[in-house]
Each structure stands twice: as structure tokens, then as C-alpha cells.
Design a protein around this ligand. Structure first.
Ligand code: NAP
Length: 285
């Protein structure tokens, strides 16, 4: 058996082409260009690279990109003050705070200070709570949104399926588990203290993995014919690796979203979709 491979690059291209048109139409109608501000503190090269990639992503669909780079010795008060300016600025629709922040900067306090209506990363508790209770408007982190979009495009039937989400972070695991639950899957969330993780994974009709341990999930952890979405991204000496052993998954799974080329590109498209949604929220008042 050889799994059907989900092509995240092609899906991302399609979503972005539609978004580009929607953003142009929105700008024409309201005279407003959806704008994303990205707050970066310090000069960590990985963070700077991520900021550049976001800038390119914005450009590709017509979103205005506002890099806000602060010195690595900025104090908590200074960073909070800059964030507050962005919160108040009517020309900024979406705000992202890039991790990791320098030591001494309290990430949690900044997230709480973020305007939930500009929280395109979906990390503010208001958005997490609204997602949990399905009370719009709310922002869902782009990665799980991308995972769901991949599954939907593949025509996956969710109702009554056993889904396992390995990983329970606020940005990947928990929101993905909720989205699957809202589609009427029976959801198990697994994590570092889960007993018999391979056995738990083998129960899954839909297996999603967001851990950050390259090729942790082996072929014999996968139920034959299952749908497998790999969210993992780890840069190794052998290049970018996901959390799922590709060879094993290709042999055993029915449908497989690999790394690279699966969830990552769709995540980029969904982030831009969130920025447009934030701009729409702003003009709606
Ligand atoms: P994170 O905050 O570090 O969370 C990792 C999760 O994996 C935690 O819940 C942790 O469990 C669990 N875990 C760690 N070791 C484990 C083990 N041996 N067995 C089972 N579970 C284990 O990471 P994250 O931000 O969610 O990111 C996860 C992965 O997704 C990373 O590779 C990241 O780069 C990638 N990612 C991809 C995208 C994308 O665009 N595709 C976006 C965001 C993140 P505990 O809670 O028990 O510690």
C-alpha cells in the first residue's frame, strides 16, 4: 500500500490566489490595506529569518508588512509600551509577537496585553476561550487551521472518527484537538507523559503530530489506512524533518501530509487569511 500524499504547496498556492483577489477587493472597497505588524525583540537569527519569511508571505498576497524590531536589551515596560502602540494604531490590523523573546521578557504578560481583535496568532485567552466555546469572532492559530484545511480538501469524513493529537501546545495541539472535536471526532490528546504512545497512536483514524522530535512516530505506530498529518518542523543536518517517519507513513497510512510540503505552506496561507479577517473586523467597528 502507498499512501495518498497531500500536496500542501499546491493547496497553499490555490488559497493564496483566492486571498490575493479578496484582499485587493477589500482594499478597493474600504480604502484599507490589511496590515500585519510583527514584534521582534533582539537579533536572534532564527527569529529574524522567520520575520523575513512572514514579510515575503505578506507580499505574496498584498498584505502590508510592518516589522517592529526592538533592541535585545529592551525592558518589559518598553516592549509592553510598543505593543500598546500597535494595539491602538488603527492602521495595524494584525499583530504577532515572535518567539523566542530575550530572557527577562515575560511572553505570557505580553500575550495577555495583546488586543484580541488583532491577535492573528490566536494566542490570547479570549480567542482560545471563544474557540473552545465556538463563539465567534475568534482567531484560530494558523497551523491547526491549515491542518483542518488540508483534511477538508482531501474530503475526509470527520464525524465519529477516532482522532489522536500528539502534542498539547496552545498554538498547535490544543486548538487542533478542539477543531477536530467541533467536527465530531472522538479526540485523544497525547503528550510527553502519555503511557504507551505507540498504542494510543494506533487507535487513530486521524493521527496528527505536533511535537518537534524528528521522525518519532514510526510506521508501526500508525493504523493501516489512517490519515496522518505531520506538523513537526525540525531543522537537522539532513534538512527539514517532521515528527513522522516518512517511509513508514507512506507504507502504512492511507493519506499522509508530509514535511516538508504539507502543513507548513498551508499554515502560511491561513495566517494571511487571519490578517484579512482582522482587517474586516476593524472596518466592521
Ligand atoms: P511545543 O510547545 O514544544 O509542544 C510540544 C508538545 O509535544 C508538548 O505538548 C509536549 O508534551 C509534546 N511532546 C514532547 N516530547 C514528547 C514525546 N516524547 N512524546 C509525546 N509528546 C511529546 O511545540 P509546538 O510549538 O506545539 O510545536 C510542535 C512542532 O510543530 C514543532 O516541531 C514546531 O516546529 C512545529 N510547528 C509547526 C508549525 C507549522 O507551520 N507547520 C507551526 C508551529 C509549530 P508536554 O506538553 O507534556 O511537554
Amino acid at each position: 500500500m502507498s499512501a495518498q500524499i497531500l500536496d500542501g504547496r499546491a493547496l497553499s498556492k490555490k488559497i493564496k490566489a483566492e486571498l490575493k483577489e479578496d484582499i485587493a477587493a477589500f482594499a478597493e472597497e474600504y480604502g484599507v490595506t490589511p496590515t500585519l505588524a510583527v514584534l521582534q525583540v533582539g537579533d536572534d537569527s532564527a527569529v529574524a529569518g522567520y520575520a523575513r519569511a512572514i514579510g515575503k508571505n505578506c507580499k505574496s498576497v498584498g498584505v502590508a508588512f510592518r516589522p517592529e524590531v526592538m533592541s535585545g536589551d529592551a525592558t518589559q515596560e518598553e516592549v509592553a509600551a510598543r505593543l500598546d502602540e500597535l494595539n491602538q494604531d488603527p492602521e495595524v490590523h494584525g499583530i504577532m509577537i515572535l518567539d523566542p523573546l530575550p530572557e527577562g521578557i515575560d511572553d505570557g504578560a505580553l500575550i495577555l496585553a495583546l488586543n484580541p481583535r488583532k491577535d492573528v496568532d490566536g494566542v490570547h485567552p479570549t480567542n482560545a476561550g471563544r474557540l473552545s466555546q465556538q463563539r465567534p469572532p475568534y482567531f484560530v492559530p494558523a497551523t491547526p487551521l491549515g491542518g483542518m484545511r488540508l483534511l477538508e480538501e482531501a474530503g475526509i469524513e470527520f464525524k465519529g472518527k477516532q482522532a489522536v493529537m500528539v502534542g498539547r501546545s496552545d498554538i498547535v495541539g490544543k486548538p487542533m484537538a478542539l477543531l477536530l472535536l467541533h467536527q465530531h471526532c472522538t479526540v485523544t490528546i497525547a503528550h510527553s507523559r502519555t503511557v504507551d504512545l505507540p498504542g494510543v497512536c494506533r487507535t487513530a483514524d486521524i493521527l496528527c503530530v505536533g511535537v518537534g522530535r524528528p521522525e518519532m512516530v514510526k510506521g508501526d505506530w500508525i493504523k493501516p489506512g489512517a490519515v496522518v498529518i505531520d506538523f513537526g518542523t525540525t531543522y537537522t543536518a539532513d534538512g527539514l524533518k517532521g515528527d513522522v517517519d516518512q517511509e513508514g507513513a507512506r507504507e502504512v497510512a492511507g493519506i499522509f501530509s508530509p514535511v516538508p510540503g504539507g502543513a507548513g505552506p498551508v499554515t502560511n496561507a491561513m495566517l494571511m487569511s487571519n490578517v484579512l479577517a482582522a482587517a474586516k473586523l476593524a472596518v466592521a467597528g
